[in-house]
Design a protein around this ligand. Structure first.
Ligand SMILES: [Zn+2]
Ligand SMILES: [Zn+2]
Length: 1018
């Protein structure tokens, strides 16, 4: 006996029961053991930042990873299943700062770096446990407990090794540059962190005059949106070839920017170059010691402002570069927290963005302000804390990209990207990438192992062993390879023998993740070390091993990785960089990227907007299967609009499969049917009807299509194929075979069982819970020696389907669909039998005339030309008018008289003219008494004239329908027999008594004396 299914699954109960079963039976371990000798499939997990619980965004990526790992496992592949956590960097630090109420770096230092580091680790510990629990609930199968944590000493050592290699090649340098800077976090922000962090902002817009020293009474006028940079002004730039004019009040600006103003004097920009002017804040700051002058610059834009550009090399990247060319002074007005240095008078100690109003007021008081207002523009903010960035000169550590750019592009060309355009995005990024700024002035991160000595020698430590060797004392106090402990270790300079301190900077967090294909796979590690990855801060959080180099050889590069599109410039990038630097090869063969997640109305999800959905809430309200379905139904090239609305839609959709399984179970139990596992291998054999054979072929086709989709990493195609299959199964096969199920037909039951089970298997990677549950009900519980899990059953048989048969039935389904349309257009009840159907252009369906007649309730199905329509052809005057001129009248007359000859391809010959399809307007109208539907070269016409006989038959169908409803309402079993009394007004239907009896399981049919139908159970 099959266990009956409830009308609707309760997803929470079902999913938790499946999880419990997997845990109890060790299903995942069994699967791994089963595949241990299989071909390898190497997936490398991109680490998730361990500072939160599972969000629906993260669950998307985790689902895709799980889907393809499950699929590959079903195909027998041996896999590693190592999950990763990203554990250092600003995300974590900013969270802890908030938790502790710390607002600046000074407060962190006062709090104590050791305790701060422990707090950061605690966040990782808590979050990694939460992420693990959420991922398990989602159904993700990973080697939980053996995860990699990027803050392990092992991971850090691998990065050191990479940095030492880079240094040996001469790619490492310390740069003095203007960079984007977060004043709150007190650190520079690198180019890859910057992309995508531009937001719309309202900022001040001001026009300011700088009095010209050489031309009393005259001034040059600039425009800026960053008033705080004015105290750092050292020059203004003009376009040498543009025209500049002097207004009556003495102000100079570009003619093109002045509207219809009248000028006293107009000169070329070049003529202004060299003029000296008074700086706007010379009185209060170091600007007073600088000679300000007008310089020429070809890049000056005449599209905005005044055509005169304020230059502050200490506050802007371009300004800084220009300053080098022009030998300009560099004034850096603000410190790392974005506050003015003490020498800036009344500005001292105030924040860069906070002084705008006072600067404007001050300029106004001194008569220097020409105009002020606001401007809306795109401005970068810190991607971690959302503080608007400033530009600042700082000394950072860089890796030069000149030598690696082309090798990286070359390596990227070996990678297969899905969607394809993402590979192009990566190439664009590589073409434009600037030197990699790897240093951050922070605390909880990779300690950069750089020991620059006063003698000029730079030591870059490549391993803990090397550190021990060069250290001035023992490393006993070195709890972790991390600040603050590492800051106490001094080394002896190999150049001069002096003691040297490490720089205090930590590394870009993308170094941590980028090294993973090396650090987790044991690259160049001579011997496998059990739990060798559980070092430093990772101790106690994981039991991950450090494999040996042979293992790395086997698993590198990854066959497949998958993350969001933004990772192109982040993890995909840093991995590629480090891998090309160390091995000259790409670290992955195939990449699946995907776009962003928005809410179901298309808005970004934000905690403060109330439209954020936690994974926990989603598990509760829609269940993991429905979430996974929602993720997988999404083309990866488009944003996913995630929500409960689409979730309900999917729940409804999934009921079709559920109901078909439930229908099967009902009739299989009545018939005492026991399935045979061998049917899954070869398909059911024996006395199959053409419809059964079609269902077998249709199942094979579905398996084929779903397999192709998984192989292309396109879950959306897998789901499309699966949905079309379920539609064919329930709306054609089951529907057309009902009577056979009532009769307990063995071939029908075998066929449906096989189709259902193979359907589950094909969709199981996407929808593991329902698939597993139904597998239990349909297979494990009823078949001796069946695999205990759908995931231990391998992939469905890949036999080729019978294509001709599929094409025939596809034509039948199309014909029926058109027949239904025609019927709907005629407004006749579907139960009303009709005399005749004529089908044209669907000859493949001819052998199935009986099925079609039955399905559409027509007496006769004819294949041949449909003459139920009248052809009406009119000239297309817009085309023919100009072409035929006076001939048009003749043509028109011929068409009206119906004198035309139809030619191939929609052409006509009329009155001696050959007219193409564009020359005429063709209309086919229905003849009286027919209902017609047509599409793509196929036409179906229904004869809708109804005589008394047909009318009576229609009433018989109505009665059968009513009786069967009554049977259900009165709770009769499907097999119960009845005595039936028809309503007195239906006495004339007794001539069809046998028919009615057969359709309602009636043992007798009579007529009652009332106007109601009565049934009695025997
Ligand atoms: Zn910040
Ligand atoms: Zn030295």
């Amino acid at each position: 006996m099959f266990a009956p299914l409830p009308g609707k699954p309760d997803h929470d109960t079902l999913e938790l029961a499946v999880l419990e079963r997997w845990a109890r039976e060790g299903t995942f371990d069994q699967l791994r053991a089963k595949n241990a000798d299989g071909p390898r499939f190497s997936f490398i997990d991109g680490p998730v930042t361990a500072n939160k619980s599972l969000a629906v965004h993260t669950a998307w990526g985790r689902t895709l990873k799980d889907v393809f790992q499950r699929y590959k496992a079903l195909r027998g592949h041996h896999q590693r299943y190592q999950n990763g956590f990203d554990c250092q960097g600003l995300w974590i630090e900013v969270g802890v700062e908030r938790e502790l109420g710390l607002n600046s770096k000074r407060e962190i230092e006062e709090y104590g770096l050791a305790e701060f580091a422990r707090r950061c680790r605690a966040v990782v510990e808590r979050s990694s446990a939460e992420l693990t629990a959420g991922s398990i609930r989602l159904g993700q199968w990973m080697d939980w407990g053996r995860d990699y944590f990027t803050f392990s000493d092992t991971n850090i050592e691998y990065i050191w090794r990479f940095l030492a290699t880079i240094h040996e090649r001469g790619w490492l340098f310390r740069g003095h540059r203007a960079t984007e800077w977060c004043p709150r976090c007190g650190t520079s922000i690198s180019a890859h962190e910057l992309a995508g962090s531009y937001v719309d902002r309202e900022d001040p817009s001001l026009t300011v005059r700088f009095p010209l020293l050489d031309r009393p009474g005259q001034a040059i006028v600039i425009w800026t949106t960053t008033p705080w940079t004015l105290p750092a002004n050292v020059a203004v730039a003009v376009a040498p070839t543009a025209e500049y004019g002097r207004l009556r009040n003495g102000d100079w600006l570009a003619v093109e920017r002045a509207g219809d103003a009248t000028f006293e004097e107009v000169v070329r920009g070049a003529d202004l170059v060299g003029l000296r002017y008074e700086g706007p804040f010379d009185a209060i700051g170091p600007g007073g010691g600088v000679e300000h002058r007008v310089i020429g610059w070809d890049e000056v834009s005449l599209d905005e402002g005044t055509g005169v550009v304020h230059i502050a090399p200490g506050c802007g990247t371009e300004d800084f570069e220009l300053g080098k060319l022009e030998d300009l002074a560099v004034l850096t007005p603000v410190d790392e927290s974005g506050r003015f240095y003490p020498e800036y008078g009344w500005l001292a100690g105030r924040g860069a963005h906070a002084v705008a109003e006072d600067v404007i007021a001050d300029l106004h008081d001194r008569g220097l302000l020409v105009a002020s207002g606001t401007v809306s523009h795109r401005y970068p903010e810190c991607w971690r804390c959302h503080t608007p960035l400033i530009f600042r000169i700082s000394d950072d550590w860089f890796i030069s990209v000149d030598d690696i750019r082309e090798p990286m592009r070359e390596a990227n060309r070996t990678v297969e990207w899905t969607p394809e355009y993402m590979g192009k995005r990566m190439d664009d990024w590589l073409v434009n990438m600037s030197d990699w700024n790897i240093s951050r002035r922070r605390y909880y991160g990779l300690p950069l192992p750089f020991y620059p000595c006063g003698c000029g020698h730079l030591t870059v430590i490549g391993s803990r062993a090397q550190l021990a060797e060069l250290a001035t004392g023992p490393l006993d106090g070195l709890e972790e390879l991390r600040r603050p402990w590492i800051d106490d270790v001094l080394i002896r300079c190999p150049g001069c023998g002096e003691d040297v301190k490490r720089i205090t900077e930590v590394g870009d967090v993308w170094l941590d993740a980028g090294i993973v294909p090396f650090s987790t796979l044991g690259w160049e590690n001579p011997e496998w070390i059990d739990e060798g990855y559980a070092t430093g801060a990772a101790k106690g959080l994981t039991t991950a091993d450090l494999p040996d180099h042979a293992t790395w050889e086997q698993w590198f590069p990854a066959d497949w990785v998958s993350e969001m599109r933004e990772q192109i410039r982040l993890w995909f990038y840093s991995q590629l960089f480090m891998s090309v630097a160390l091995t000259g090869r790409a670290p992955y063969r195939k990449v699946l990227g995907y776009e962003k997640m928005l809410d179901e109305t298309g808005r970004e999800m934000h905690g403060s907007w109330g439209n954020m959905i936690s994974a926990e809430e989603a598990f509760e309200r829609m269940g993991a299967d429905v979430m996974r379905w929602q993720y997988c139904a999404q083309p990866p090239s488009q944003n996913l609009l995630f929500g409960f609305g689409p979730g309900q839609e999917i729940q409804r959709k999934l009921l079709t499969l559920w109901n078909s399984a439930s229908f099967f179970i009902q009739y299989a139990n009545i018939a005492g049917f026991t399935p045979d596992l061998a049917d899954l291998a070869d398909g059911p054999t024996g006395d199959l009807t053409p419809l059964d054979r079609w269902m077998v072929a249709r199942t094979r086709r579905m398996v084929q299509e779903v397999t192709d989709a998984y192989e292309q990493y396109l879950t959306v195609n897998a789901l499309r194929a699966f949905e079309a299959f379920v539609d064919d199964l329930s709306n054609w096969y089951v529907r057309r075979s009902r009577r056979r199920f009532w009769d307990g037909d063995e071939a029908a039951l075998r066929t449906l069982w096989t189709a259902l089970v193979d359907g589950l298997r094909a969709v199981s990677p996407i929808m593991p819970f329902r698939a597993e549950h139904l597998w239990q009900v349909l297979v494990t519980d009823v078949v001796a020696d069946a695999p205990s899990s759908v995931f231990l059953a391998g992939w469905p048989s890949m036999s080729a389907p019978d294509d001709d048969l599929l094409a025939d039935v596809a034509a039948v389904r199309r014909l029926v669909e058109l027949g239904r349309q025609a019927r709907a257009a005629s407004k006749l009840r579907t139960r009303q039998p009709l005399r005749r159907l004529v089908a044209e252009g669907l000859d493949r369906a001819a052998p199935y005339a009986g099925e079609i007649a039955d399905e559409l309730r027509v007496k006769q199905v004819v294949f041949g030309p449909v003459e139920a329509t009248e052809l009406r052809v009119r000239p297309n005057l817009r085309v023919l008018g100009p072409r035929l001129g006076a001939e048009l009248g003749k043509l028109r007359a011929a068409l009206e008289a119906g004198e035309l000859e139809e030619l191939e391809g929609g052409a006509f010959r009329v009155a001696g003219h050959d007219l193409g399809p564009d020359d005429v307007l063709v209309e086919r109208t229905q003849k009286e008494g027919w209902a017609v539907a047509a599409s793509d070269g196929a036409t179906v016409a229904l004869d809708i004239e109804i005589d008394d006989d047909l009318h009576r038959q229609g009433r018989v169908y109505d009665v059968i329908h009513q009786v069967n409803n009554l049977r259900k309402e009165t709770g009769l079993e499907l097999t119960d027999r009845i005595d039936l009394l028809l309503a007195s007004s239906d006495a004339d239907l007794l001539e069809h008594a046998d028919w009615i009896a057969a359709e309602t399981l009636a043992l007798s049919v009579g007529v009652s004396d009332t106007d109601e139908i009565r049934i009695t159970r025997r």
